[in-house]
Design a binder for this molecule. Structure first.
Ligand SMILES: [Cu+2]
Length: 714
């Protein structure tokens, strides 16, 4: 089987043994976690090939789904036909018109990369696509000392163009459930993603599973996703309207067609039936406990995750362990990760794992998988979701709002209610003077009237044409302070400089004219301490937002509903640094991605101790490509030097060839003219000198009566 796999991925004979061992283990680790590198290794090496592939094809044979199985396209009687192994097919939602997807080592999600904390990870990425450049970001890795390995196109590196290879080399830090994904255009939504698990160097106490959640549709290429979000989705002469979540926030125009768990899901028809495509199955043994590492790998939609008849105990997020909490379900946004434990303490059988979107008035927007107890039959679960009632209320973690409608009997718990397991050294906690902590307000929104782009403080992020980190002097898209400001919109590579070792308190906002969507904000290069969250005011019966949080002064237009909120501050001028009521500085959790509720804010802290260029952006991929991003230029003078030969890129302006010929011939003519002038001048000088000498001698001879020639003959 391993030889077959090696043949399938087309590896060279020379390296076949070692490479195949690595890739084979990775490929098999898509559902169940298994290490790709041993604990004793110093360097872990991986080969990733990025290429486009068609869904629902086994080699060059199309397949179709029935009863959770796949069959060749020409099968007419499925009761007697052989099934096709669904691990050889990128099934996605089983839609039978092949969709183009971007794969890593021909799978979606790509292979799970699993290493131990502190190991050197060396990953060779080869771009086998025909049309587009690619970079891969290792989401959650801090890249301390290696900022040029962060994988952000046009910020930390140039895209790896078709046919090219690029080797990423960095230290596996910090530990936890991380992931990798493309960081150019919308290639992430096209399928370029995978789990990246960094383990502590101890034996795991229980078996583990990976659960990657994706929202999915049938738009065929990445540019299409981008333009449909900008210009709208139309179907049957109708313009489709965005859906909304409970508090009234809108979702953007990424049509949710299906939900996927580890690359598998089902297409639901309008009548509520589905196409019976195969799903991911998690096999468990009764009375054993399991850790699930859940990765929010979608483009846009948050998912509410639950398992029928099982209590979820959340234990970690974005690599940080927190004091466990038991919940009925939790919400995960694009970019976030949550780890939970369940105990298989129910009767032997099959149970639904559900991840539903937060859209109201929608019932079939769900990603599904099966929890299958050892000893149960290979059939679909018939279990029901828990019924939340007045005496049996449901607790949901990480809502992007504060209240469910009264009749839902459901309560919310937020990230700022969590407490870390160990007391972290919260930056600035012991500083007596709050002036040593710098508060920076950042509003993530879509302000504007006719043009309403994604922006941060009104700056619509435009990537530079070069790798800004390694070609800083060639960035020609800097912001002009006269174009940007209160109630203005500008388009540039927005960057904020951070001083080395200074403590920064960022206040992420979602306010003013451009609010109305919740944004999961991701910071590269750091994990941040979540010290406070602020929510808007709500109607407690319906759960709808009725007013922004008034802790923030948006400034600009006095009508805060019209202000762009580009230059906000604390409403109470005495607030700032440690002097903000309700800060959790003792046991705050660490995150690298956090949801900023519409109308609300989140306060986080970092110490600027990692020199580099670090992107911060909304992890809704379409908001990011629409410009909701900025770069922190951290300790510029201390940026480490990039490796020798690090690739460069940039603009090239062609000069017409005839111009240069003319220029050349013009130059030659000037040179000849100057030479002639000099020669003529010298000749004239010589003639003048000779004539003057001759004249003087003739005068002398005349006066002494000695002939010139006789004088010479003397
Ligand atoms: Cu966003």
């Amino acid at each position: 089987m391993m030889e077959k796999f090696c043949a399938d991925v087309g590896l060279t004979k020379v390296n076949v043994d070692f490479i195949c061992v690595t890739l084979f283990m990775l490929s098999c680790a898509m559902t169940s976690v298994s290490a790709g590198c041993s604990m004793a290794d110093d360097v872990c090496e991986f080969w990733l090939e990025v290429e486009t592939r068609l869904t629902m094809m086994a080699g060059n044979v199309a397949v179709f789904p029935t009863n959770g199985k796949l069959y060749r396209y020409d099968v007419t009687n499925v009761t007697t036909a052989d099934t096709v192994n669904d691990n050889e097919v990128v099934t996605a939602d089983g839609w039978e018109k092949q969709r183009l997807v971007v794969t890593v080592n021909r799978t979606m999600p790509g292979p799970s990369i699993e290493v131990y904390e502190g190991q050197t990870v060396r990953i060779h990425v080869k771009n086998l696509m025909l049309n587009t450049g690619v970079t891969i970001h290792w989401h959650g890795i801090h890249q301390r000392g290696t900022p040029w390995m962060d994988g952000v196109g046009y910020v930390t590196q140039c895209p790896i163009m078709p046919g090219q290879q690029f080797t990423y080399n960095f230290k596996a830090y910090p530990k936890g459930t991380l992931w990798y994904h493309a960081h150019v255009g919308t290639l992430l939504s096209m399928g370029l993603l995978g789990a990246f698990i960094v383990r502590e160097r101890v034996a795991p106490p229980m078996e583990e599973f990976i659960m990657m959640l994706q929202d999915w549709n049938h738009n065929m290429d990445s540019d299409l996703l981008h333009y449909k979000m900008l210009y709208g989705n139309y179907e049957d002469r109708r313009k489709l309207q965005p859906s909304h979540s409970l508090e009234g926030a809108a979702f953007s125009m990424f049509i949710f067609t299906s939900g996927l768990i580890n690359g598998k899901g089902r297409y639901y028809y309008p009548n509520g039936t589905h196409n019976q495509a195969p799903l991911t199955v998690y096999p468990v043994v009764q009375y054993k406990s399991y850790r699930f590492r859940v990765i929010g790998a979608g483009n846009l939609y948050p998912f509410r995750v639950s398992i029928d008849d099982h209590v979820i105990t959340l234990i970690a997020s974005d690599g940080d362990n927190f004091q466990p909490i038991e919940v009925e379900s939790f919400i995960i946004n694009p970019g976030e990760r949550y780890d939970f434990v369940i105990t298989a303490n129910q009767s032997v059988g099959n149970y639904w794992i559900r991840a539903v979107t937060l859209e109201v008035n929608v019932t079939d927007h769900v990603a599904e998988a099966i929890l299958r107890y050892n000893g149960s039959r290979d059939v679909e679960p018939v279990t029901k979701r828990r019924n939340c009632s007045e005496i049996n209320r449901c607790l949901v973690f990480n809502c992007p709002f504060s209240y469910f409608p009264h009749a839902d009997f459901t309560d919310c718990k937020h990230i700022d209610a969590l407490r870390s397991v160990v007391s972290p050294d919260t930056p600035g906690r012991d500083l007596s003077s709050s002036e040593s902590i710098k508060d920076i307000f950042l509003n993530f929104a879509f302000p504007g009237t006719t043009w309403t782009p994604g922006s941060v403080n009104g700056h619509h992020f435009k990537p530079p044409p070069v790798a800004a980190l390694t070609q800083p002097l060639e960035v020609n898209t800097l912001c002009n302070s006269s174009d940007c400001g209160e109630d203005k919109l500008c388009q540039c590579s927005y960057s904020i400089s951070l001083e080395n070792n200074k403590v920064y308190q960022f206040v992420f906002l979602n306010m003013g004219l451009g609010k109305g969507w919740a944004h999961p904000i991701h910071l590269h290069g750091h994990s941040f301490h979540v010290v406070k969250m602020g929510y808007p005011t709500y109607d407690h019966t319906t759960g709808k937002v009725i007013g922004e949080n008034l802790d923030i002064d948006c400034r600009g237009n006095p009508d805060r509903e019209k202000s762009y909120c580009n230059a906000a501050s604390w409403a109470n001028s005495s607030w700032g640094g440690n002097n903000v009521p309700g800060l959790e500085l003792e046991l705050p959790v660490l995150k690298d991605t956090i949801i900023v509720p519409t109308g609300g804010y989140v306060v986080v802290r970092i110490k600027a101790d990692n020199p580099g260029l670090w992107l911060m952006h909304c992890h809704i991929e379409l908001h990011n490509t629409d410009g909701m991003a900025l770069v922190f230029n951290e300790s510029y003078a201390l940026h480490p030097k990039a490796p020798v030969g690090f690739p460069k890129c940039g603009d090239f302006t062609y000069q017409e060839q005839k111009d240069s010929v003319e220029k050349e011939s013009g130059l030659i003519r000037i040179e000849i003219f100057i030479a002639v002038i000099i020669s003529v001048t010298i000749a004239l000088l010589i003639i003048i000198v000779i004539l003057s000498i001759a004249l003087r001698r003739s005068r002398h001879n005349n006066s002494n009566n000695v002939p010139y020639y006789s004088m010479a003959g003397d």
